[in-house]
Design a protein around this ligand. Sequence first.
Ligand SMILES: Nc1ncnc2c1ncn2[C@@H]1O[C@H](COP(=O)(O)O)[C@@H](OP(=O)(O)O)[C@H]1O
Ligand SMILES: [Mg+2]
Ligand SMILES: [Mg+2]
Ligand SMILES: [Mg+2]
Length: 332
Amino acid sequence: MSVFAAERAVAINAVLQASKVCQKVFKQLVNNETITKKDKSPVTVADFSAQAVVNTILYHSFPNDPIIGEEDTKDLRVESGKELRAKIHSLTNSILDDPLDETTLLDAIDRGSYPGGSQGRMWTLDPIDGTKGFLRGEQFAVCLALLVDGKIQLGVMGCPNLPVDSKVPEGEKGCLFIAEKGQGAFQRKFSSTEETKIQMANISSILEASFCESVEAAHSSHGDAAKIASLLGITKPPIRMDSQCKYCSVARGDADIYLRLPTRDDYEENIWDHASGALLVQEAGGIVSDIYSKPLDFSLGRTLKSNKGVVVSHSKIYSQVIEVVQQVLLKK
Ligand SMILES: Nc1ncnc2c1ncn2[C@@H]1O[C@H](COP(=O)(O)O)[C@@H](OP(=O)(O)O)[C@H]1O
Ligand SMILES: [Mg+2]
Ligand SMILES: [Mg+2]
Ligand SMILES: [Mg+2]
């Protein structure tokens, strides 16, 4: 029985509305305006607006729940952010039932500033995961998860550009993925409320496995992944895809392994880049760890500061995968 039925319904609605924001922006703005954040990642009007929409919907149902969201309004509150602010304002109000004034809008985005931690209920939100994929018209995901005492209880992801059936890549697109701890993993189309249970593929040998990784080589070492794949005897080419759509693909059996291999010593993964995806894969029969085979620890704040990289695979082949990951990365 679902423990978080109300949260599940609200999260699904929030993610669907935010996905609509993203689709609308992509259609309307040919030259997507972006500003560059300190970490050099692009942020578009859609990232801010999607965060405003989700935070507003969450606040309406759960006013006391803190939110750890990726975006903040530092760059929007200054004079140079005026034009972008106005665009975000009108876009957000075109989606929400009740219009917000500009101050309420900025405050809604900033409700995502919670530092996180090991105690209590909190949501974590990536309004657009894979902003680079979004800008290229490829894969991206709106990712929302509920944490209680540092453990993920619920994850909902909206993937507007992901084919409903990976075997029909030019067919209908737009998938929603839902996982609740202990309740399994589910997929539905944007166009229907019917949910289908998903499971990882039941491969009989690692030689048949396929793996996925980031499009961006700066986010995950393609070279190390190629070495690992070769040592495992994997011959299929990597599936390169932006965002947590990789977790979704693995969870529904389109791929069997997801490798995120550190490219720098100083990078800490953000919790919103993994929370909903990690739960989805676990509920679909997979194992998620870091390169040291440590479980991801979501209780330490906004980042996974005690983890390095991410290794995801079907539980049947996990021990083989992690052994070779460590052979390649740790004995360099
Ligand atoms: N050096 C790095 N290593 C790993 N991830 C990084 C990184 N620099 C940025 N990222 C994260 O990679 C995410 C995209 O992942 P992927 O490559 O799997 O699509 C970005 O999310 P956003 O697009 O939400 O900013 C960002 O948080
Ligand atoms: Mg970003
Ligand atoms: Mg992200
Ligand atoms: Mg993002």
